[in-house]
Design a protein around this ligand. Structure first.
Ligand SMILES: [Zn+2]
Length: 213
């Protein structure tokens, strides 16, 4: 499984494209694209690598991670996959935009069309990502783990040297710390961590140096 990172929008969200090199099937994860230049960058990457987008996945439904959902859904004819515990956040997208004073057209409610639960596998050809529920930053936060390629996409649960904020709707720091300890720090130390914002890291490095642990 290959992975590419595209930092987008005013929040510098990491939008990821993950693909199978043999089948050329791809997933777009956390589409944060907020304008045509960002959409084009990712479209050009996808066509340049002859990929076929078969999945649209959100690690959680905070507004900054969903700004490109409608576009990707329509452009690639794929449905939003996420954990149902974040469904209220999808409904509240315009309230979220107002809270962050976003100067964007009023976002419509975003509906989860396929619920992802802990242990589910998302296949791209014969390779897959395993869904790990990691609530705390939001109730329905998930991570996506590739055991074969030794990486995990952590959304806003775990960052390089930090963890996600827990002052937004449904956030809870105790639950977040517990999620990270049980679901992420149990992965092999050499697992590469691709967070929702900022640079990548590894599980081993975060276990050793992350100040929250
Ligand atoms: Zn978030």
């Amino acid at each position: 499984m290959k992975i590419a990172c595209f930092p987008v929008n005013m929040f510098e969200v990491n939008t990821y494209v993950v693909w199978n090199e043999n089948s050329h099937e791809a997933a777009i994860i956390d589409p944060g694209m907020s304008k045509p230049s960002e959409q084009n960058r990712i479209n050009e990457f996808i066509s340049g690598h002859h990929l076929s987008v078969v999945a649209l996945i959100n690690t959680h439904l905070h507004i900054d991670h969903t700004l490109g959902n409608d576009y990707v859904s329509q452009h690639y004819n794929v449905k939003t996959q996420a954990n149902n515990a974040d469904a209220p956040l999808g409904i509240m997208r315009s309230e979220q935009a107002a809270r962050f004073h976003l100067r964007i057209p009023e976002p419509t409610p975003l509906h989860i069309e396929h619920n992802l639960e802990n242990g589910n596998r998302i296949y791209l050809g014969n390779e897959y990502l395993i869904v790990l529920t990691v609530p705390g930053h939001s109730p329905g936060s998930i991570a996506l783990y590739s055991p074969e390629s030794k990486f995990v996409i952590t959304g806003d649960a775990l960052f390089n040297g930090s963890i996600g904020r827990t002052d937004l709707f449904g956030g809870n720091q105790e639950i977040l710390l517990d999620s990270i300890r049980k679901k992420l720090f149990s992965l092999p130390d050499d697992t590469k961590v691709y967070p929702g914002h900022g640079p990548s890291t590894t599980i081993g490095r975060e276990k050793m140096f992350n100040p929250f642990f």
